[in-house]
Write a protein that binds this ligand. Structure first.
Ligand code: EPZ
Length: 419
């Protein structure tokens, strides 16, 4: 297992170019199997979850070529709809659930193990299944596998009981190949929903309204390959923005979409950081002391749950008492014990953490309890006095491309060690 060793106290300065969005590309790669065709996808981040998804598709029979950040997926020969033999691979990430929608769309059949992913609370897939059933699939869950069959896939009117990123994308993946019109109400509106829909439309699908809470899909008989470039990662951008603000740094983030960052920009500005939109990106200048603020995680365009953990680190050194309410996942506070070990003053009451700012965090050995908690631990290490060791960084490698290199390029004293 690798770990990061971080010597805290350096102010981050310089530029970072943001890689493609993990949660978009993890929907786009399975979408590429919806027809017998070849697609070229650019701006693909080199992260473990993406490489695992590529590995699974290759095992199913797809031909995939990868060069730098470009991935070419050729599914002209039929691929298998049965993923049951690859339980170990699918169990290492959440997004393996997108194989359900994509394979059902193409073959009217799919057998896919239940997904894994970050341990951040109860993560049912009942809304995905409700959607597939509405489209005409019979769904059986047995021996850890979701087995679906739909002799006929027919458009349907689906009202999601909760706003779900995964269910919205998964239903889109199947519905683009169904007969007739599907309407998804109470759909998620995240930038990656729009990105997957744009990719599908380039493949010949007919999706309207992605990015609003009502998505209308008219099924098509034919789809074809396309060339596409993935949007920049909103959460990665936000992570570097917070690292810059926490370290009193001055960092320009390039290849970003400022509109996607508005909720984060607003909160960092409220804390006293300077966030400027420049021609070629977003510049963040950190100013200490940071001011205490209140944050509640919400579906897009609200403050993203995936940045709740990094934001909590900033709050640990802000003047006054901050609160952070997690309204999406009920146990996304596992990292709090790690921050307490660094001297943070945090109390949890239900879904709300109250954080009384301390002068500084003190370095120690801490653990990345999941992907975004891992990013939060890195930021904590950057501001702590002394040497912090972050263990279990395998979680970070799932979702951040070259975190250590990028951080070093802007002045962080961080190195990777193998244990
Ligand atoms: C996606 O997870 C992301 N994962 C998560 O990113 C992200 O935190 C989350 O969306 C919210 O933005 C991927 O895109 C691969 P949801 P997902 O379905 O699809 C409940 C990261 O760090 N729900 O939007 O699992 C669910 O329990 C990761 O990059 C149901 O009740 O999230 C949660 O409370 C972590 N039934 C809420 O909805 C369902 O069928 C939102 O979950 C589905 C979800």
């Amino acid at each position: 297992m690798d770990a990061f060793i971080i010597e805290g106290g350096n102010q981050l300065q310089g530029e970072v170019s943001i890689s493609g969005a993990k949660n978009a590309v993890l929907g786009i790669i399975p979408a590429a199997v919806l027809c017998a065709c070849t697609s070229k996808i650019e701006n693909v981040p080199d992260i473990k979850d993406v490489n695992k998804m590529i590995d699974i598709l290759e095992k199913l029979g797809a031909e995939i070529y990868k060069e730098q950040d470009t991935v070419i997926i050729n599914t002209e020969k039929p691929i298998s709809y049965d993923v049951s033999d690859y339980e170990e691979e699918t169990g290492q990430m959440r997004a393996s659930y997108y194989l359900l929608g994509a394979l059902l769309g193409r073959y009217r059949k799919a057998i896919v193990p239940l997904p894994g992913g970050c341990n951040i609370g109860d993560r049912p897939i009942d809304q995905h299944i409700k959607g597939f059933q509405a489209l005409g699939a019979t769904v059986v869950i047995e021996h850890g596998q979701v087995k679906m069959e739909a002799p006929e896939l027919k458009g349907a009117h689906i009202f999601l009981d909760v706003v779900s990123v995964g269910a919205t994308i998964n239903i889109m993946l199947a519905a683009v190949r169904a007969d007739g019109k599907t309407v998804i109400e109470n759909a998620a509106k995240e930038p990656h929903i729009v990105d997957v829909a744009n990719f599908l439309n380039l493949m010949g699908a007919n999706i309207k309204g992605a990015g609003t809470d009502v998505i209308k899909i008219t099924g098509v008989d034919e789809m074809h390959g396309c060339e596409y470039s993935v949007i920049p990662d909103q959460i990665t951008t936000g992570t570097y923005m917070m690292a810059a603000a926490a370290t009193e740094g001055d960092v320009l983030l390039k290849n970003v979409i400022p509109k996607h960052m508005e909720a984060i920009t607003a909160k960092l500005t409220e804390m006293g950081a300077i966030v400027k939109e420049e021609d070629n990106g977003i510049r963040v200048i950190g100013k200490r002391p940071l001011k205490a603020i209140n944050v509640k995680t919400m579906p897009y365009p609200g403050f993203p749950t995936d940045l709740q953990q990094p934001m909590a680190v900033l709050m640990t050194i802000a003047e006054g008492t901050s609160t952070i309410t997690e309204s999406i996942f009920e146990s996304r506070f596992k990292y709090v014990d790690e921050l307490r070990r660094m001297g943070a003053n945090i109390s949890i009451n239900g879904r709300t953490a109250s954080i009384i700012g301390v002068k500084n965090l003190s370095a120690t050995k801490i653990r990345a309890t999941d992907l975004r908690a891992g990013a939060a631990m890195v930021i904590a290490g950057l501001i702590a006095d002394g040497e912090t060791k972050v263990t279990d960084i395998v979680h970070i490698d799932r979702g951040y491309e070259k975190l250590q290199e990028n951080m070093r390029n802007i002045g962080a004293d961080i190195r990777r060690v193998s244990e």
